[in-house]
Design a binder for this molecule. Sequence first.
Ligand SMILES: C[S@@+](CC[C@H](N)C(=O)[O-])C[C@H]1O[C@@H](n2cnc3c(N)ncnc32)[C@H](O)[C@@H]1O
Length: 259
Amino acid sequence: MTREDPPVSLRGHYALGHPVIGPRPLARTRSFTRRGGRMPHTHQRAWDQLSAQVVLEVPRAAGDASTVVDPSFRLDPEQVFGRCAPLVVEVGSGAGDALVAGALASPGRDFLALEVWRPGTGHALAKMAAATGGQALPNVRVVEVDAALALRTMLEPGTVEEVWTFFPDPWPKARHHKRRLVGPDFTDAVADLLRPGGRWRLATDWDDYARVMRDVVGAEPRLELESTDRFPLRPVTRFERRGTEAGRRITDLTYVRVD
Ligand SMILES: C[S@@+](CC[C@H](N)C(=O)[O-])C[C@H]1O[C@@H](n2cnc3c(N)ncnc32)[C@H](O)[C@@H]1O
């Protein structure tokens, strides 16, 4: 037995942290906590019917249950969607409101959603099924991966038309701010991915997070603030509704890659 070839019984849970196999890597700070949970019956049915067509299997760095995509894996959108079309990447698609609305409104564009919360994706598939009479939308795929890592490696730099980040988890307590998705590293990864002229659309209902977005993204020389208007294709989700009901202001930001 070699370190590269652990016995089957030691794979999985211990695969990254066992005396025989090797050290567990330092825990990374994640922008999410929940991945699973029960789905309502209609969402589970949509998952059972459509996930094989819509949710992509990708190689994982640390076993099947991991959200870490194998860093050597490169996704080929042309092969996945069967055509060459402008690509929109939605990070944290949640229950799929923007994803499904966007894909229906723009059949000429392809939509790749990165989401770790499976019940949310089940809900998205139920919305898709309701809109199509039970069919998969051909221009939508979901990958269950940590986008903070996947954006760095999974797609070819300079190829993405738009990145959407709507209502990322706000992590309002100061001690949790380090968990916020939108920071310098994520901004650098988005700037790398966008094609020149491509857009990053963000929305949040937390003023201090909006300020951070403006500071951090504003410091990235490849991205220029284009608009603070509401993106017309962005539907009202329960996160926006919750924010508005609590008296919070909604901020929309659209940046364009300028070089
Ligand atoms: C507050 S919800 C917003 C969902 C949706 N964008 C909306 O506006 O309704 C944030 C979502 O981002 C997902 N998320 C957080 N961090 C993520 C990450 N690193 N990679 C992929 N998804 C992530 C969460 O699972 C959650 O579904």
